[in-house]
Design a protein around this ligand. Structure first.
Ligand SMILES: [Fe+2]
Ligand SMILES: [Fe+2]
Length: 387
């Protein structure tokens, strides 16, 4: 179903990093390839773009090897022992208990008070969380920090596995909640997850942990904001239990953000020039969201449509993107870096002036996004939602 999205709204998303147009056209092509050529390797590759890979020189890889002890003392402390972690079952009706059916009925009763557009966003968030295999792959293709054996005792690898294990609870909890809510088309959602994991993602991090950890810092803060907002909205719609579900996930994201942000802070300390160059490079490429290639078998612009609803509801917006950028420029003291090369100074100027430039674009696009259409989403049985 070809639907005309307000071109100015797409402009907002293109500019603000929801996706970039070359990637987006790649995504669409990718999906048509998917439909036409089933079960071939071609289906799962990106046919058009030759990306830069392994761009980090050997002496920089050594930096990461030398950080092992520092990671152990400063990053692993942000993990929670499994015994102290919450589990999805803590927030869901217990199927082994006598009152299970009543609890499910109560859950469904509360879910009735929540509008469809909220469910579209919650489903999109859940699907993004469920593509976790892709994110662990992204980290494990990164030079200097990858898990060499799959169970490596290195502190980088220990973090990555435990981070993945913590993250795994997010999609699990949201998936089970949505299943019980009775408000969504689970088969369509499950298909979307399968398509998304099959499509993967190319975050354009060039196998570099400089780019990779800037990306993850940004993403963790973005997901913290997004889950905090779905928590706030659930509360406004009178569903405190759902608010608690989204809130507990947001608190994990915050802890992960702290850890990744600390890694980048340390990189700025060890190698300010290399890190500011990476920061500028990362922002020039834009931080594309991990669910970019989502597809449900019918809507070719599904990610764009989901993002538009998230923007309209204020769950994750173009303004948030700029706020995150501004936050990190300040957090990493980018303006105050000294001793940079001339290229490094250019990168510093670019990054420090970027938020202001994006804000002007964002204000203009906001105004123009108001005439958005209403479209059906398969995730909610083709009921229509305004973009
Ligand atoms: Fe998460
Ligand atoms: Fe996260």
């Amino acid at each position: 179903m070809a639907l005309d999205l307000n071109p100015l709204l797409s402009f907002t998303f293109l500019q603000m990093g929801y996706h970039t147009s070359p990637k987006f056209s790649m995504a669409s092509t990718h999906r048509s390839v998917f439909r036409e050529v089933k079960n071939t390797k071609k289906t799962f590759s990106s046919p058009h773009k030759v990306q830069v890979t392994h761009s980090m020189p050997p002496h920089e890889i050594e930096i990461f090897k030398s950080m092992e002890n520092w990671v152990e003392e400063n990053v692993l402390i942000h993990l929670k022992p499994v015994e102290k972690c919450w589990q999805p079952q803590d927030f869901l009706p217990d199927p082994a208990s006598d009152g299970f059916h009543e609890r499910v009925e109560e859950l469904q009763e509360r879910a009735k008070g929540i509008p469809d557009d909220y469910f579209v966003v919650l489903v999109g968030d859940m699907i993004t969380e469920e593509a976790l295999p892709t994110y662990q792959t992204q980290i494990n293709i990164t030079d200097g920090i990858r898990d060499e054996t799959g169970a490596s005792p290195s502190s980088w690898a220990t973090w990555t596995r435990a981070w993945t294990a913590e993250e795994n609870r997010h999609g699990d909890l949201l998936n089970k909640y949505l299943y019980l809510s009775g408000r969504v088309d689970m088969k369509q959602i499950e298909k979307t997850i399968q398509y998304l994991i099959g499509a993967g993602m190319d975050a354009q991090n060039e196998n570099s942990p400089y780019l990779g950890y800037i990306y993850t810092s940004f993403q963790e803060r973005a997901t913290f904001i997004s889950h905090s907002n779905t928590a706030r909205l659930a509360k406004e719609h009178g569903d405190k239990s759902l608010a608690q579900i989204c809130g507990i996930i947001a608190s994990d994201e915050k802890r992960h953000e702290t850890a990744y942000t600390k890694i980048v802070e340390k990189l700025f300390e060890i190698d300010p020039n290399g890190t500011v160059l990476a920061f500028a490079d990362r922002m020039r490429k834009k931080i594309t969201m991990p669910g970019l290639l989502m597809y449900d078998g019918c809507d070719d612009d599904l990610f764009e449509h989901f993002s538009a609803v998230a923007q309209r509801l204020g769950v994750y917006t173009a303004k948030d993107y700029v706020d995150i950028l501004e936050f990190f420029v300040e957090r990493w003291n980018v303006e105050k870096l000294t001793g940079l090369s001339s290229e490094g100074r250019k990168a510093q100027d670019y990054v420090c002036g970027l938020a202001q430039r994006l804000r002007r674009l964002e204000e203009r696009a906001q105004e123009k996004a108001k005439q958005a259409p209403t479209i059906p989403f398969s995730w909610i049985f083709d009921r229509e939602v305004k973009l």
